[in-house]
Design a protein around this ligand. Structure first.
Ligand code: NAD
Ligand code: SER
Length: 316
């Protein structure tokens, strides 16, 4: 059985990816790694290593000594947080990627998953049904780092045969772990506030359409891409992936089906400019054709699950 290491395992995606991979591969084969001191209780059934992806020597030694075959590199600063600390965001989002790509080039690591984002697109990209190949002029430090990362992934695949696979995730919606500082976080926050009280102040305009996805779909897509035969993975930069797209007003309306007295007001902040530079919807036909991607969750189902499962005590 392959040894798998997930770096950034305590975050919104990592927590659920570790849980799902442990179900499939056995808890002892899936190591959760994160810069946080403590392993969260939810991941305590398997190995945990405190590691800083920027500590190249430690990461290299750990991966080589523990015979890690596959790495999921999730540690990054997301769009909103990155805008507040661009130098560090560039460093964190790029340096760790080189550490892992180099370990694969040297044949220590056999397969890498590295997530990209809809943030690779920019204001000059066609906004609707954004194609796999199109104009990409990102205007955020996060988007620039993801676009550069995609180029390096493709380069290491072409030059050194590194088996690196990637998805341009849309905004991800989940209840197990809180989101970590993105522009799409409103679409998670809103459920906590719908459960806690009857109103919410949204930091985006009511008509800001963005591509989104329920976490279970994102985790399944990630594992399906990683398990696809190598010859089917024709895109070695990163795959467009689509779940559901909606505006804050449409999400509010879907919540009001279950909570008719819930009200949202709109006070856009700096994140509006980021949202305005991103696509409203995504064409993911390459993922569908190459490795058979298909989403399972639409907005209405996602809303029902979120309202049932979000736990506002997590906000404390
Ligand atoms: P998150 O912020 O929730 O989690 C990131 C995790 O990385 C945290 O647990 C953090 O402690 C850890 N981390 C931070 N610095 C580290 C370091 N130096 N060394 C080791 N670990 C470190 O992020 P997420 O939402 O889970 O996103 C994971 C990846 O997916 C990121 O690369 C992000 O860009 C990408 N992505 C996420 C979304 C989304 O909507 N969540 C969308 C598109 C792309
Ligand atoms: N959800 C992410 C963000 O808003 C998209 O990459 O930053």
């Amino acid at each position: 059985m392959s040894k798998i290491l997930i770096i950034g395992a305590c975050g919104q995606i990592g927590t659920e990816l570790v849980l799902e991979l442990r179900k499939l591969k056995g808890a002892e084969n899936v190591i959760a790694g994160d810069v946080r001191d403590e392993c969260p209780a939810i991941l305590a059934d398997g190995p945990y290593v405190k590691m800083d992806i920027l500590d190249r020597a430690f990461v290299r030694e750990y991966i080589i000594e523990n015979h890690v075959d596959e790495v999921y590199l999730l540690a990054a600063l997301l769009s909103a947080t990155a805008e507040k600390n661009p130098d560090f965001a560039w460093r964190l989002n790029m340096e760790g990627l080189f550490t892992i790509l180099d370990l694969a080039k040297e044949k220590y690591v056999k397969k890498i998953f590295w997530p990209s984002s809809i943030a690779v697109f920019g204001p000059t990209t066609p906004r609707y049904n954004t194609p796999q190949y199109t104009v990409m002029e990102p205007s955020t430090v996060y988007g620039i780092s993801k676009q550069a990362g995609e180029r390096w992934c493709e380069y290491y695949f072409n030059k050194f045969g590194v088996d690196v696979r990637s998805i341009r995730y849309p905004g991800l919606i989940s209840y197990t772990s809180l989101p970590g500082g993105g522009t799409t976080d409103y679409a998670v926050d809103i459920f906590y506030q719908a459960k806690l009280k009857k109103d919410y102040t949204c930091f985006l305009r009511d008509d800001s359409a963005l591509p989104m996805m329920y976490m279970a779909d994102a985790i399944r897509a990630t594992i399906e891409l990683m398990e696809a035969p190598a010859e089917k993975v024709r895109v070695r930069s990163s795959y467009n992936l689509s779940g559901c797209s909606f505006t804050p007003a449409q999400l509010t309306a879907a919540i009001r089906v279950h909570r008719p007295d819930f009200n949202v007001s709109y006070v856009p902040d700096f994140r509006q400019q980021i949202a305005d530079s991103w696509p409203a919807s995504i064409d993911d036909s390459s993922a569908r054709n190459d490795w058979g991607w298909k989403e399972h969750f639409g907005t209405a189902e996602m809303v029902e699950i979120m309202l049932e499962n979000v736990d506002p005590s997590k906000l404390n």
